[in-house]
Design a binder for this molecule. Structure first.
Ligand code: PEP
Ligand code: CO
Length: 585
């Protein structure tokens, strides 16, 4: 077949798809008209903005290639036109002297279908909104007085994000959405974690100082944007669906001292190179997520340590205390939370400005450990009615704090950001399912990523049980192996990890995924671009006696640049093999 013929065929295919699309749209319109007829027997018509938002969110999570913005735009129009068939809606705009701008925002929110009319003032617009099928668009003011039955259900913002107008109408409050019903039975607030047992939180000796710090943090702008958080959620849905891979990597703990543009760019470039190598073997896209721009706090198995016979607090990350081994330096200090926020904000800015054209962005992630900090950085989005965390794109819960009725799980349950949970060898498969249910009752794919970190000795016995339990209850999740934290050993007083063990756990992960019919969703690593000697083995030939040469981590041992690329190549080969074997099977 020559080129012209091939193109003609593709165009025919497109024509055919358009016909099918139109048939579906007409079917949708007819259904809506039927629903509209049955509703006309109701005395009054109501709007259901929450239902519409939930629909759009569900589709955004389901989309594999369509951007969240495209889904929103297309469905806004579809929904607006089908609602018009049910009952013609009018937008009543209050003339504030800037008609063009207001009209643009109203169309942006409600699509092209509703009619637009103008009102002299807010009072007359609101009075029509209480009696007719009308949405009043009222200039934004903080002391909006509404008659009973009317709700300001949407805040319209201009291009710079400034609140500009309220959309006010009669909203159906009946518990149509499961979400509202559930939250009534199980209410969530950014501070509801405070009623639950919290492990691993530092004990500060100055309560008032902590409160002041929380207040200052709450007054600061979010470090990341909700739009990017939503984009990452969509990407993680692709990972769950077996169409993309998650690479999550970076420091065990960032340190204030090393926050600089140069270091940020070096980490970004290492991640980009690792991702490119994995993409080459896997032949699918890699979602890049750094342990960066917020990874300043550590859980510890031993909270105290003994230095020259004196008991002092263990180092818990720069957001909590100082690495210097002296009693005063190790005292937890709330002021460090402010510095952690500032360093995260700068790092996030450098990370965002570094994305070269056409390249994938690097999203940020950290362990959601310090709940006072997380609570203070929690945001509410009026537009979608969701709480979300402004502290990073993705948050994870560690092996030590994932108790289902504990404070950490309670906190992440309520935020819209994608979350991940670490699983060590003691993980109970049934408890895993209950946790998934608690964290993701609506079940959009990619909302919860599972990070097994079982160790090469336990992975073969434990991972199949976890995968089977999840599959039995219908969970399709991103499985992202952490081959670092289950393989830590202590040699000559230093923590290290052996590349042979890391490779063994990765190899087992791919074999198990294949046997269980699961997609090996990704890999979670502790790496640094620096030339450190913290992990042993691999082509660089670092042995136990080299560890003292350049051991710079104040926490866990990281792969240096060449070790990280070696592991990326190994992962890449594993994906190539997985594809090959999967196809043959
Ligand atoms: C970590 O990721 O640095 C960590 C402490 O992991 P885990 O909770 O799996 O031990
Ligand atoms: Co670590």
């Amino acid at each position: 077949m020559n080129m012209t013929n091939a193109l003609t065929r593709l165009r025919w295919d497109l024509d055919d798809i358009d016909n099918q699309l139109l048939d579906l749209i007409e079917k949708r319109l007819l259904l809506c008209a039927t629903i509209g007829d049955s509703k006309r027997t109701e005395a009054r018509l109501f709007l259901r903005p929450q239902r519409q938002q939930a629909l759009v969110r569900r589709l955004q999570a389901r989309a594999k290639f369509t951007s969240p913005e495209a889904v929103r735009h297309v469905w806004r129009e579809l929904m607006a036109h089908s609602l018009q068939v049910q009952a013609p809606l009018t937008l009543l705009l209050v003339d504030d002297g800037r008609r063009d701008r207001l009209q643009r925002l109203a169309r942006e929110q409600f699509g092209s279908a509703p009619g637009i009319e103008w009102a002299r003032d807010a009072r007359s617009a609101l009075s029509r909104a209480s009696g007719e099928h009308v949405v009043a668009i009222i200039p934004h003011q903080n002391d909006l007085q509404l008659a009973s039955g009317l709700h300001a259900f949407e805040l319209l913002r201009d291009e710079d994000g400034r609140p500009t107008a309220w959309a006010v109408g009669r909203v159906n409050e009946e518990a149509t959405d499961k979400e509202a019903a559930r939250s009534r039975g199980n209410p969530w607030r950014p501070n509801s974690w405070r009623k639950r047992p919290a492990l691993q939180l530092p004990e500060y000796d100055d309560d008032q100082k902590l409160k002041d710090v929380e207040k200052r943090l709450a007054g600061r702008a979010p470090i990341v944007e909700l739009n990017d958080v939503d984009i990452l959620s969509c990407r993680l849905a692709e990972v769950a669906n077996g169409r993309a891979i998650l690479l999550q990597a970076g420091d065990c703990a960032e340190s204030f001292e090393h926050v600089s543009r140069t270091n940020t760019v070096a980490v970004a470039e290492l991640l980009a190179e690792m991702a490119a190598r994995i993409e080459a073997g896997a032949a699918c896209g890699v979602v890049r997520v750094g342990r960066i721009a917020g990874q300043f706090a550590k859980p510890r198995t031993k909270l105290m340590e003994s230095i020259a016979g004196v008991e002092i607090h263990a180092y818990r990350g720069d957001a909590i205390n100082d690495a210097v081994a002296a009693p005063l330096a190790r005292q937890p200090d709330p002021d460090r939370l402010l510095r952690a926020q500032e360093h995260s904000e700068r790092t996030a800015r450098w990370l965002a400005s570094h994305v070269p054209d056409g390249q994938q962005p690097i999203f940020s992630s950290h362990e959601a450990l310090l709940l006072n900090y997380e609570e203070a950085l929690t945001q509410y989005d009026e537009l979608s009615g969701r709480w979300w965390s402004g502290s990073g794109h993705m948050l994870w819960i560690g092996e030590r704090t994932r108790q289902i009725d504990g404070a950490h799980i309670e906190y992440v349950r309520g935020i819209a950001n994608p979350i991940a949970i670490k699983y060590g060898p003691s993980a109970d498969p049934d408890k895993l399912c209950r946790l998934l249910e608690a964290l993701n009752p609506e079940r959009p794919r990619g909302r919860v990523t599972l990070i097994p970190r079982l160790g090469y000795k336990h992975v073969e016995a434990r991972l199949p049980l976890l995968m089977r339990a999840a599959a039995r209850e219908g969970w399709i999740v991103p499985w992202c192996l952490d081959p670092m934290h289950g393989n830590t050993q202590v040699t000559g007083g230093r923590k290290t990890r052996d590349l042979d063990h890391i490779r063994a756990e990765i190899g087992a992960f791919f074999a198990i995924a294949l046997a269980e019919g699961a997609w090996p969703g990704g890999i979670h690593l502790e790496v640094t671009p620096d030339d450190v000697t913290e992990c042993i083995g691999g082509k660089s030939g670092i042995t136990e006696t080299d560890l003292s040469r350049a051991y710079k981590s104040a926490c866990d041992p990281r792969l240096n640049r060449s070790q990280a690329l070696e592991i990326a190549d190994f992962v890449s080969e594993q994906y190539a093999k997985f594809r090959q074997t999967g196809r043959n099977a």
